[in-house]
Design a protein around this ligand. Structure first.
Ligand code: PLP
Length: 396
């Protein structure tokens, strides 16, 4: 008996590399003990949430006996949160936005899915630079679309703008970028984004359905060495930002994020009406009430960035000593070094021999590299030092 659709059966068979690494990690941890394995496979923020989160939850508990304390609210979220969020996002983006430009969502993932449901038609394409966050392919397919990827420049991961321009066709409906980037840590420059915007403006000439530029920004807060994350809003009319509080408040399990429409976009009220509807009919209904109320209290706070910075530097020192080629991440919490020998799957298997878990670049649509997530303590990074040196030995 077939219990699943062919599509989901296919997804399960091709199960993601991150999932595979998770399963391998469980086996290794059982065999050698939890502490013996250096697990860099998961981007699950381990840095404690700021104190205001705990305090806020205690206050919420005290008001839980009020009628409708956690009842339904408008599908776009609590109006008071919408207004406060508009203020904080205006400061972040350097563009004045109002509450009506925003919808509160179930994380960035929920935001992208509700957006695609509202704007994609069957056969529409979402263009995305590779390497990319692997869920993007599923999100496009969920709404009848298709993810088309364009390799970024080797090692630096700058956008290959010529290739992007060539890949645009009449089916292109979205160009999706993620900066700071998972898995590379790259931050796109204003120059790159301006050129991208010009390409899209040109492609829009004569079109009835514009190409949207969607910026997925859950790592915006995590930029190192004074780097700025440029906003796409002043650069392109049909731009949309999706983001979440999964990383900056370590609230990944609480599913809270937002979609922001460019306040300069013609017809955005209509697009917002579509988003409010799709957020509802996809079954999200609204973002979690507890998360929203918490956010009203915690907005502006963030986890201690210094912890991630210390880890990034420790990881860089481990890779330098091992002789690995990589581009220093300017943001987010990932490294994406070259796989010695060129075979990323084989090299990740060699790292496993050293009790180190990494994810092959193949899992991000970019073979020849591997991803390390530094959502682990400096002690774990230091413990991996010898293992990284050993795994490199056959290539020296
Ligand atoms: N986009 C990127 C690039 C991510 O790395 C992640 C999570 O790791 C998400 C979106 C989804 O995050 P959220 O928890 O906000 O749904």
């Amino acid at each position: 008996m077939k219990l699943l659709s062919d599509q989901i059966e296919g997804y399960l068979e091709g199960s993601s590399w991150i999932r595979k690494m998770f399963e391998t990690g469980m086996v290794l941890k059982k065999k050698y003990g939890e502490d013996a394995v250096c697990d860099f496979s998961l981007g699950n923020p381990d840095v404690p949430a700021p104190a205001v989160v705990g305090q806020g939850l205690r206050e919420l508990a005290d008001s839980a006996d009020k009628p409708f304390a956690f009842g339904y609210m408008p599908n776009f979220g609590y109006p008071t949160l919408r207004e406060k969020l508009a203020e904080s996002v205006s400061a972040e983006q350097g563009v004045k936005v109002s509450g009506s430009d925003l919808i509160i969502t179930c994380g960035a993932a929920g935001a992208i899915n509700a957006l695609y449901r509202a704007i994609l038609q069957p056969g529409d394409q979402v263009l995305c630079p590779a390497p990319y966050f692997v869920e993007y392919g599923f999100y496009a397919k969920n709404s009848g679309g298709e993810l088309v990827t364009v390799p970024s420049k080797p090692l630096t991961f700058e956008l290959d703008l010529d290739a992007i321009e060539k890949a645009i066709n009449e089916k292109t409906r979205v160009v999706l970028i993620n900066s700071p980037n998972n898995p590379t840590g790259v931050i796109y420059t204003t120059e790159e984004l301006k050129k991208l915007a010009a390409i899209l403006d040109k492609a829009n000439e004569g079109r009835e359905r514009p190409i949207f530029l969607v910026a997925d920004e859950p790592y915006r807060f995590l930029a190192f060495d004074g780097a700025e994350v440029p906003s796409i809003l002043p650069l392109y009319q049909y731009s949309i930002v999706v983001s979440s509080f999964s990383k900056n408040l370590s609230l990944a399990g609480e599913r809270i994020g937002y979609t922001l429409l460019n306040p300069g976009m013609e017809g955005r009220e209509h697009l917002m009406a579509g988003l409010v509807l799709t957020n509802r009919i996809l079954g999200f209904v609204n973002a979690p009430a507890v998360g929203q109320k918490l956010l009203e209290k915690a907005l502006g706070a963030q986890v201690d960035k210094g912890i991630y910075l210390e880890r990034r530097n420790a990881m860089a020192s481990v890779l330098d000593e091992g002789g690995y080629a990589y581009t220093m991440p300017r943001g987010a919490f990932y490294f994406f070094p070259e796989a010695p020998g060129g075979d990323d799957v084989k090299f990740c298997a060699a790292l496993q021999e050293e009790k180190i878990l990494a994810v092959p670049g193949t899992g991000f649509g970019f073979p020849g590299y591997f991803r390390l997530a530094f959502c682990v303590g400096v002690d774990v990074i230091e413990r991996s030092r010898e293992g990284f040196k050993n795994a490199m030995k056959p290539f020296k």
